[in-house]
Design a protein around this ligand. Sequence first.
Ligand SMILES: Cc1ncc(COP(=O)(O)O)c(C=O)c1O
Length: 200
Amino acid sequence: MIPVTKPFLPNIEEYNKFVKDIWERQWLTNNGPLVNELELKLKEYLDLPHVLFLGNGTIAIQIAIKALGLKGDIITTPFSYVATTSSIVWENCNPVFVDIDPDTLNINHRLIEAAITPETTGILATHVYGNPCDIDAIEFIAKKHNLKVIYDAAHCFGTKYKGKSAFAYGDIATTSFHATKVFHTTEGAQYFLKTQNWLK
Ligand SMILES: Cc1ncc(COP(=O)(O)O)c(C=O)c1O
């Protein structure tokens, strides 16, 4: 069999050292030391102001929608994993699809303004296959129309835009650490905030 992708697995002895420490600590959930260490290391490595660890990439998108208080219509892409759209629906908002650019497969920013109505509160765009959207163009439109921007950056570990991690853009960027991703924890997600205002 020739695998299309193959998840990275660490050296089993190295991994077992961590497992042994977990057994000794008997601390399996709720902000354990390994989660905190990973959050801090990623924050430094990716040079981000805030990083939060959650259960998976789907819940990260849903919490982002909730945290930003989005209501009504959210402009999004029809070409993504199902969680991008299902999160909008689960949060009682309406997905409004804007077609993709055939060259990048990302949402076509030239078509976004025509889809904005008084009901629109945000844009949820996916950076498909690690290629960043036209972030400058989307930010310009969002500012002009007072919209929030969430990036589903599940494919983007290591992707840079203008020298910064793709996770640094938008009001919130989310990613997935599912086993199929470039960087994975077998399951889990991160949630990258540009501002921490909603925490106050
Ligand atoms: C673009 C995109 N968004 C969201 C998700 C959801 O992530 P998770 O599987 O961690 O819930 C995925 C994962 O496959 C994805 O590819």
